[in-house]
Design a protein around this ligand. Structure first.
Ligand code: FAD
Length: 365
């Protein structure tokens, strides 16, 4: 029997497993995919994640990017000069594998190719049924990502899923992050450089489910000079923050995309996964230690630390996706706006810090 069972082996789970194992708790991570797995993702990560991980992340980094370009409907290129703090770029198979190995080094057990099929809490003990033998534990952290089954199984509010897709190419290289607006309604296309190529992504951010999302992404990559095939584009859902929600149920917590914590404007979610994994480890360690359940403070502390900024993002999102063209013309293509956005993406600034200024400028449109 384990102190804690983590479902999923993404950044939320591995962060929680690392910190709990470091506290001497017995931990098992149960992952349905065969590891290392490559999650569809562009892999842009802010340096701010280092505050929740006390080991050197350099081996997990592919490169740093310090330039941004924008296009409107794949045209009218605006090249923005260097951004102050470079953004870290990671390959998700390498990054996630590195994180889970840090958890293993501290004592966490990892069972991959093991899909959770059902859960049952009996006499304060979880039985997690899998495609192989069941796993027993006192506490459960559900970090099974966007579209995973655990939120529903725990009787918590299910996320609204948005459609996204991604593509990896090795044919062209570069050092800038690129965003295209206007091609996809209420969303955007972006490409992030890696040491050996580019990761391309497309997202419909407001719940729309366009049918030709894979084709749009392939066309964009082709137009940028990449060697592509639509069949290599992989769809994956996203669960973005849409208001504070309950993140606990008896003897269990939600973390990462399963908790719908990703930024609804930029779609960034790795930082939020790591932050919530860190918090979930603290809360479950307290609960395991005291017999006094610490789950409510977890929901509260996520809402307190993340919520206020997310409220500002929610307002910006409404303005941005309603008037994308006007916002693009009025602000986004200017270097000053980019510097602010890059500071946010690097974790150096909160939306709340700039929202008043930005909102006053954007709302008249
Ligand atoms: C196209 C795209 C591009 C993105 N680009 C970026 C970006 O550039 N920067 C950024 O910060 N964020 C990005 N994101 C978001 C980011 O990928 C997620 O926010 C992040 O991966 C969430 O981490 P997680 O640990 O919560 O879940 P995940 O990384 O999704 O891990 C969940 C794990 O749970 C496993 N699982 C699911 N069900 C079960 C089950 N029943 N049993 C066992 N295991 C299960 C899955 O196999 C998976 O490995 C992007 C997302 C998409 C879709």
């Amino acid at each position: 029997m384990f102190d804690c069972i983590m479902v999923g082996a993404g950044p939320a789970s591995s962060t929680a497993a690392y910190h709990l194992a470091k506290q001497g708790r017995s931990v098992v991570v149960v992952e349905k995919a065969s590891l290392p797995r490559n999650k569809p993702c562009s892999g842009g990560v802010p340096g701010a994640i280092a505050q929740w991980l006390d080991f050197d992340l350099t081996p997990a980094m592919s490169m740093k990017a310090n330039k941004i370009t924008y296009t409107w409907k794949m045209e009218y290129l605006v090249q923005v000069q260097q951004i102050n703090s470079p953004m870290w770029m990671v390959q998700r198979d390498v990054f996630d594998d590195f994180l889970i190995k840090q958890a293993q080094k501290t004592g966490a057990e990892v069972r991959h190719s093991t899909e959770v099929k059902g859960i049952e809490l009996k006499n304060f003990l979880w039985e997690v049924k899998t495609n192989s033998e069941p796993v027993f534990g006192r506490y459960l952290i559900a970090a099974d990502g966007a579209g995973g089954p655990m939120t529903k199984r725990l009787g918590l509010k299910e996320p609204t899923l948005c459609l996204s897709a991604s593509l990896e190419t090795r044919s062209i290289k570069g050092d800038s992050v690129n965003f295209d607006f206007g091609t996809i309604k209420k969303g955007f296309i972006w490409s992030f450089p890696k040491a050996d190529g580019y990761s391309w992504s497309i997202a419909a951010m407001r719940g729309d489910k366009p049918k030709d999302i894979k084709k749009m992404l392939a066309e964009y990559a082709l137009k940028c000079g990449a060697d592509v095939s639509v069949s290599n584009v992989r769809e994956h859902p996203r669960s973005l923050w849409d208001g504070d929600r309950k993140l606990h149920s008896p003897n269990s917590l939600l973390a990462g995309d399963a908790a719908s914590l990703a930024d609804p404007l930029s779609g960034e979610g790795i930082r939020h996964a790591i932050f919530s994994g860190f918090k979930a480890a603290k809360a479950s360690d307290r609960a395991l230690g005291d017999a006094d359940d610490a789950k409510e403070p977890y929901t509260e502390s996520i809402a307190q630390e993340w919520g206020p900024d997310m409220v500002w993002i929610g307002r910006l999102v409404r303005a941005f996706y309603q008037f994308t063209g006007a916002v693009y013309r009025a602000g986004l293509q200017f270097p000053r706006t980019t510097k602010l956005m890059s500071k946010i993406l690097c974790g150096e600034l909160l939306y709340a810090d700039i929202a008043n200024r930005a909102f006053n400028k954007l709302m008249p449109f």
